[in-house]
Design a protein around this ligand. Structure first.
Ligand code: URA
Length: 265
């Protein structure tokens, strides 16, 4: 039974939640207070440990519902998320030369999702993730797994090209990634492959080197998540393709896919 909120606090909360909703943020978590719980001081709180939706009162919950809430068809859910994103100006990248938003592409019912970092020049031009040289290599990786690009869903942590292809800033990732989270929730893949350290660090909220991310499964909000090298890195250091193939084999095994003998040339 929810407690009764002071009407003034309720109004202020409603307003605040509406503000966040306009930014595309619908999920709220409560971080435990290290002042009152000293044992938490030492511990970095990963996302999967933060708990408890703040809002439980009926009126507030209504404000807090995503446009795709209750929609079970992933095609419709993705369309609603895309509409909610609109011609996004939520961060500085909208004013720094992006041509278009690169939402994501592929099978809305995909069992497997690949998540990269950010669109580059080719992606910005064509409005689709991974269509440049790194994209060609990703296509080969997918083909080596015995499946087609159209079978998987491909997206990035952020949806707009950073100027000069610089690494996305933390606040840009934080502003944009809630939409990716909603895409993942709509698609409900069986497994996610994070391509490169930026994707891994953002999704897992862990600051670690690639060596600690690779070769194991993480839990991402109830979905299995593996990390492998970014295809752009593999273009610079093709020797790591062998290692990448090991990562992909781990994924294939998890998804019950037959493992072809071929690598990721
Ligand atoms: N690199 C990425 O991380 N994403 C793309 O879409 C293209 C290149």
């Amino acid at each position: 039974m929810p407690g009764v909120l002071d009407p003034e606090i309720k109004r202020a909360l409603t307003e605040r939640i509406r503000f966040y909703n306009e930014l595309g943020i619908y999920d709220f978590y409560r971080r435990e207070n290290p002042e009152t719980q000293p044992e938490l001081r030492e511990e970095m709180t990963p996302r999967n440990k933060v708990a408890a939706v703040v809002v439980s009162e009926e009126g507030l919950a209504a404000v807090n519902s995503k446009p795709e809430s209750g929609v079970t068809d992933p095609v419709t859910a993705l369309r609603l998320i895309r509409e909610d994103l609109g011609d996004c100006t939520r961060c500085r990248l909208s004013k720094q030369g992006r041509k278009q938003i690169v939402f994501g592409v592929g099978n809305p019912k995909a069992e497997l999702m690949f998540i990269g970092e950010a669109p580059g020049a080719d992606e910005d031009q064509q409005g689709e993730p991974f269509v440049g040289r790194a994209g060609q290599l990703l296509n080969n990786m997918i083909k080596a797994m015995g499946i087609r690009r159209e079978d998987v869903y491909i997206a990035n942590i952020i949806k707009c090209r950073p100027p000069g292809n610089r690494t996305p800033e933390r606040d840009e990732c934080e502003t944009c990634s809630p939409f990716l989270m909603r895409q993942i929730a709509a698609i409900q893949p069986k497994a996610i492959v994070a391509l490169g350290a930026v994707a891994a660090k953002t999704l897992l909220a862990i600051n670690a080197p690639m060596s600690e991310f690779r070769g194991r499964w993480f839990d991402f909000r109830g979905t299995k998540l593996a990390v492998t090298y970014h295809p752009a890195f593999l273009l610079r250091d093709p020797r790591q393709k062998k290692e990448t193939w090991k990562d992909l084999q781990m994924v294939m095994k998890e998804l019950g896919m037959a493992i072809p003998a071929k690598g990721t040339e």
